[in-house]
Write a protein that binds this ligand. Sequence first.
Ligand SMILES: [Zn+2]
Length: 440
Amino acid sequence: MKSPNTALLDDLVPGDVRERLFRRIAGRTDELVALTQDLIRIPTVNPPGDAYTTCAEFIGDRLAGRGFQVTYRRAEGSPGDSDRYPRTNVIARIEGARPGPCVHFNSHIDVVATGRGWTVDPFAGKVRDGKVYGRGACDMKGGLAASMIAIESILEEGVDFPGALEISGTVDEETGGFGGVGFLAKEGFFSRPRVDHVIIPEPLNVDRVCIGHRGVWWAEVETHGRTAHGSMPFLGNCAVRHMGAVLERIENQLIPHLNTKRTTMPVVPEGARQSTININSVHGGLGEDHEGMPSPMVPDSCRMVIDRRYLIEENESDVRREVVEILEALEGERPDFTYDLREVLAFPPTMTDSQGPVVRAVSAEIERVLGRPATQVVSPGTYDQKHIVRVGHLDDCIAYGPGILDLAHQPDEYVIIEDMVNSAKVMAAATLNLLAGGAR
Ligand SMILES: [Zn+2]
């Protein structure tokens, strides 16, 4: 699928430069693997946010040694930040030969807990059958390593380029990104004129360009009751039964309704091309940590967290109203039904222009490197693009990285070495194209 735009981009990187660059990247495969292993061996598990400073300094030291200007920013006071678990971010920048645009690669350095089911050491970085294994291999230290090798290769090759290159390693993406990209965006690190194009090497598969994500709305619903002796529940008011009524409406009314809402966003997997709701948790009555015999009490409180993902065709007030309508209806129907609704988190859907510079540049290189057209996708869940678009007001942002989406957060997570090499080639050539294209 060659568009006139692709043809235009063809001209910006001379063929011999691209060839030399690709040869150099392929020649550095062992180094790419070693870098990925080194990153995996720093166990940046979040929560609580372990070893962030160690990992940030590892990245910063390496890039400082290659001429980058390195800045560290701790997000003091952000959720989870403490002297024991400082939220340390690193940003490295190198200027080109003359003024021009800036291409920024942003990776989160945090990984989720290992969980059960591993057959290899999750923090050893074991290599087997052309894959690197470990927590974060796929999501997203393999992508971070690929972007570092891509940019380092441009510098080593001595390619003359205008503008600037940036690489950042940021924290807390897995817990909302408030101490990472959210914090840096507020400080101006993700806005023009400092930055023009952002690529986030999240694991969306080596041949796919992720142009955005669905919206998210998290809320906690609490139903209230009145406690009494469990042998005389009619003297009390059971908060858990009230929550049962809420759940019944979600099951029989809201979910069937959500199933009818389809989107034009190219969300993957296919099942997420509609509105969804997850019941994250329900807690009521006796605490889960109690031991021994339960005491005979009527529960006076029940809390439920709901995780609603919505489409670009919907808006947040409609999403909220659907839940409020259920609660208000029950208030009218059930004696003694009272509730609170607390909104925990909300981000609207985001989708960048599918003909924007970064989408076109990366798509064209995917086709060149892999010999097949790129697919444009939208992520079912949010990632740090939300802060870049909402806080930094920078729209020319995508996710593109070598990991396989389905492996993220799984036991025995891995990244395929060949995919890392190919994605590094795509990143390097797309970067040169974007820089050569000037500020758009
Ligand atoms: Zn990720």
